[in-house]
Design a protein around this ligand. Structure first.
Ligand SMILES: NC(=O)c1ccc[n+]([C@@H]2O[C@H](COP(=O)([O-])OP(=O)(O)OC[C@H]3O[C@@H](n4cnc5c(N)ncnc54)[C@H](O)[C@@H]3O)[C@@H](O)[C@H]2O)c1
Length: 255
């Protein structure tokens, strides 16, 4: 049980799969009830949360659309009454060479990764401020501190998320709300397994193996490597930490 977690309520976007799903399972084990907000069916995550003895709700939601976020917010409020923790994990990372990247490609990544983080945070912030306790955790990426190719839009979105995390932290601190981010390294997930490898790699397994050699801890990162950081950042123990980005990447990025 995490310190201060018992019977809190979390909304986790992108929790139907991958890192978000691992986050949902861990927070449920810590004592938190979970709402999954995802474009994809969150049924499997609901089962994991319920198996941990917590209440769960899955809402189909496109975090990049204001009306969809508003509808999701209503459903979550109707089920749980309030929300204490927002985890903005929904994100896309299509590999695209800059020479062929269109403005539509750029807007899509920025709208889901960055606008989505704004919209979902803004939806639940008034309630957290009114109750004088809240936790927001956003997803950055080790790509922001690394040499990459084919991810100009994605890295820009993650830089925006780090900026948002820092900027918002000051605005809401007086009301007991902290805002932090986690920056994973390349992590095995349904999303990364499905994406096109970067140029120079025949398969994603080759890319995973190569990235692992750049880390101090030379094995491929998995979603469960990230859940401890989330548990800490959303607990009472992290009450004096805000505006920070934690690198959880096997020791690849130093900052
Ligand atoms: N896996 C990695 O290597 C890695 C590294 C650094 C950062 N991250 C970040 O972690 C987060 C999760 O990554 P993952 O690897 O688990 O991805 P994933 O593709 O496995 O899962 C992402 C989830 O987000 C959902 N989603 C996508 N667009 C959405 C939208 N518009 N509205 C609502 N839900 C949407 C998908 O349906 C999916 O369930 C992302 O923000 C990603 O940028 C991942």
């Amino acid at each position: 049980m995490g310190k201060g977690h018992k019977d809190k309520v979390a909304v986790i976007t992108g929790a139907a799969n991958g890192i978000g799903q691992a986050f949902a399972k861990r927070l449920a084990e810590d004592g938190v009830h979970i709402a999954v907000a995802d474009l994809a069916d969150g049924r499997d995550t609901v089962k994991l949360v319920e198996a941990a003895g917590r209440n769960a709700l899955a809402v189909v939601c496109d975090v990049s659309k204001e009306d969809s976020v508003a509808a999701m917010t209503k459903q979550v409020q109707a089920k749980f009454g309030h929300v204490d923790i927002v985890v903005n994990c929904a994100g896309i990372f299509p590999q695209a060479d800059f020479a062929t990247m269109t403005f539509a490609d750029w807007r899509k990544v920025l709208s889901i990764n960055l606008d989505g983080t704004f919209l979902v945070t803004a939806a639940f912030m008034p309630g957290m401020r009114a109750r004088k306790w809240g936790r927001v955790v956003n997803m950055a990426s080790s790509t922001f501190g690394s040499v990459t190719t084919g991810f100009a839009h994605y890295v820009a979105s993650k830089g925006g998320i780090i900026g948002f995390t820092r900027g918002l932290a000051g605005d809401v601190a007086a009301d007991g709300v902290t805002v932090n981010a986690i920056a994973p390294g390349l992590t095995r997930s349904p999303g990364t397994l499905a994406r096109k490898p970067r140029p120079g790699f025949a398969t994603m397994d080759d890319e995973f193996a190569a990235v692992a050699t750049l880390q101090a801890i030379k094995r491929v990162e998995v979603a469960d490597d990230l859940v401890g950081a989330l548990s800490f950042l959303t607990s009472d123990d992290a009450a004096f930490m805000t505006g920070q980005t934690l690198n959880v990447d096997g020791g690849r990025v130093r900052s």
